[in-house]
Design a binder for this molecule. Structure first.
Ligand SMILES: [Ca+2]
Length: 641
């Protein structure tokens, strides 16, 4: 039997839905066979339709269920909607409906479908041909899953040398490609601006030096908007830093906080309201941020499998960004390994692993440990220090677990082959949290209530130390410069900086239909290339006009040739204006100077990727050439620094 759960023109949507459900209930009561239902529902009703069917499957009322989601953005009208609704009918898995329709075994049930216009359409060989062609084209368009971690250091994942257990992320490298020279914008908001628009963040109104600030959407178009308008089902979970709703920016589904201030992993806090699509979302008991994001990513992905559209899922994880918040069982899994071996030993181990796996050239030196960081063996409060890294590791592991859940859904759905899965980090590891124990920090201090941040008004214990361990919901701490230096092994400096430890990100790509496994690329790329890549593989042209806006021409360059093993026309010059530095890279050469003025330093990244030897005095002409390129870029993107 077929049940239509959408609305007809002039029908009250809710009333019609109830009528259809009731009809379905009655049919199921009185018919034993075939107990098969094909539900055709508007995409914003899919979730509850799925729930309804799940209940029927549980109670034995149904044995098989198939779904067709009608594209909600189109207004319901006979001809046009018929195109939208009947396209799937022409696909083999929808054939039961078509057969029923043509056989007319139960005309009552299909009274709605058999309008004159629909019959004309079914009889029209030309239109059918067109629909079949559309179906073939649609089937070839790849799905995209893009997972971005927040403040994850370059080597925190196993396949980049890390000791934190990340088997799922590592599987992307084993079954795909790892990029060794990929860049972000050193801080959250600017990276997300580039990722979502394919532009330098300055072109969208970001200065590049602030974690979060208003963006000028009049000059750009978002990846979600273009993919959605091209027929993709678009979904996002996680960190949304816009002032408007993600659903107003091209996403069909959204779960996460409107992130405007420091966040908690366990509770709702000031300036971070959660939304599920357009509705405010009340956090359940026993909430844990990363698990919740993982949960909704999986739910959205499963829902996407019920549509006939290709999909784009953007998972903007907030972990392992501070505060250090994790569940005790997850922390316990890492506590001993950091008590036994500190930052020096693990850093050496990561470096060795990176050389052994040829992630980095053998001639690079490990960047020196910052002078303020003591030798681990000479340090005090080692258990507290170890606890800081153990909580951080638990936060990383939670991201990995979520990716694993997505990969499982993908595999079981049979869509693994033609799905591009990308993983990266929005900036280098963050140095915040202090070198030693503290009594205050992050706006919390002794002799003040510290209870205005959490909405449930529970006070935060300020600072961090041996008598105030991090991890639990009433703490607010970060792991400090020493561990951040480990996270960014072998690179120099950290988040906010223009040195490689601030702006270089791991990037992994898995796409079985195109990419074989265990590949590595030293192609230089930037986070703005991801939008160009997604549009390229989806067959979507970047527009000169979109809904009354005239977006700046896209800066990003597609990575598709790299996936296909072909030569790629990369960036001649890349520039950054990040919180602490101005940076320009041309080929293997990189010049960097303090943002607030000062001399340029020059590094040969091929010979010295860890930026240990400044060549500026030896090559003043080259410095001048790079500085000129930076000035040209600065004028072009209208950086207001
Ligand atoms: Ca970040």
């Amino acid at each position: 039997m077929a049940i239509f759960c959408g609305r007809r023109k002039r029908h009250n949507r809710k009333a019609f839905k109830i009528v259809q459900y009731t009809m379905a209930e009655n049919r199921l009561k009185h018919e034993n066979v075939p107990r098969q239902v094909c539900l055709r529902t508007h995409s914003d009703l899919v979730a509850e339709t799925v729930e309804w069917v799940a209940e029927k499957l549980d109670t034995g009322g149904l044995t098989v269920a198939t779904f067709v989601a009608i594209d909600a953005p189109f207004e319901y009208s006979s001809e046009r909607t018929f195109h939208r609704t009947e396209t799937p009918v022409c696909r083999t898995k929808r054939s039961p409906i078509l057969l029923s329709l043509l056989n007319r075994t139960d005309p009552d049930r299909f009274q709605f479908m058999l309008t004159p216009s629909m019959i004309r359409l079914i009889c029209s060989g030309l239109v059918l041909y067109f629909l079949v062609c559309q179906t073939v084209i649609e089937a070839a368009r790849p799905n995209i899953i893009l997972v971005m971690a927040d403040d994850l250091g370059w080597s925190d994942i196993g396949c980049f040398g890390g000791e934190i257990r990340t088997p799922q992320i590592d599987s992307l490298a084993r079954e795909g490609l790892r990029f060794t020279q990929f860049y972000n914008n050193a801080v959250c908001g600017p990276t997300r601006a580039s990722l979502l628009t394919g532009l330098y963040c300055q072109q969208t109104g970001h200065r590049g030096d602030h974690w979060n600030q208003p963006k000028d959407y009049s000059k750009c178009v978002l990846i979600s908007e273009l993919l959605q308008s091209a027929g993709y089902h678009t979904m996002m979970v996680g960190k949304w830093q816009g002032r408007d709703l993600a659903l107003d920016r091209g996403f069909d589904r959204f779960f996460g906080p409107m992130c405007q201030a420091k966040i908690s992993y366990f509770h709702e806090v000031q300036q971070n309201p959660y939304y599920l699509n357009r509705e405010r979302f009340q956090l359940p008991e026993d909430f844990y941020l990363t698990e919740s994001l993982n949960h909704y990513a999986v739910q959205f992905l499963k829902e996407a499998m019920t549509t006939d559209k290709p999909f784009f899922l953007y998972v903007a994880q907030i972990a392992p960004h501070w505060p250090l918040h994790a569940r005790e069982a997850d922390i316990a899994a890492y506590r001993e390994q950091y008590r036994e071996r500190g930052w020096d030993e693990w850093r050496g181990a990561r470096f060795e692993s990176q050389q052994k796996s040829q992630l980095i050239p053998p001639n690079w030196k490990l960047t020196p440990r910052p002078p303020e960081i003591k030798d681990w063996k000479d340090g005090v409060h080692q258990d507290w220090q170890a606890e800081r890294m153990a909580v951080y590791a638990a936060q990383v592991a939670a991201i990995d677990k979520g990716l694993g859940e997505l990969l499982t859904v993908l595999k079981e759905s049979g869509q693994e082959q033609n799905t591009l899965v990308l993983f990266l980090s929005d900036n280098g590891a963050a140095p915040d949290g202090g070198i030693g124990p503290s009594k205050s920090g992050f706006g919390f201090a002794p002799n003040q209530p510290n209870n205005r941040w959490r909405l449930d008004q529970v006070a935060i214990r300020p600072g961090s130390g041996p008598d105030n361990l991090p991890g639990s919901p009433d703490t607010f701490a970060a792991y400090g410069l020493a561990w951040a230096t480990l996270s960014n092994t072998p690179f120099r400096s950290t988040k906010l900086s223009g040195y490689e430890g601030g702006i270089r990100t791991p990037l992994l790509a898995k796409w079985p239909a195109v990419l074989s496994g265990d590949q590595q690329s030293d192609e230089v790329g930037h986070v703005m290339d991801l939008m160009a890549t997604c549009l390229d593989i989806a067959g979507v042209k970047y527009p000169t006009e979109f809904r009354g806006r005239n977006p700046v021409p896209i800066e990003g360059k597609s990575l598709r040739p790299v996936f296909e093993g072909k030569p790629r026309q990369g960036h001649d010059v890349l520039c950054w204006s990040v919180p602490r530095h101005h940076v320009v890279r041309m080929g293997k050469w990189k010049a960097i100077r303090p943002r607030r003025g000062g001399d340029w330093e020059l590094f040969d990244l091929e010979a010295d990727g860890t930026e240990t030897t400044d060549l500026a005095r030896r090559e003043p002409g080259r410095v001048q050439q790079l500085a000129r390129q930076f000035e040209l870029w600065h004028q072009r993107v209208q950086d207001p620094f």
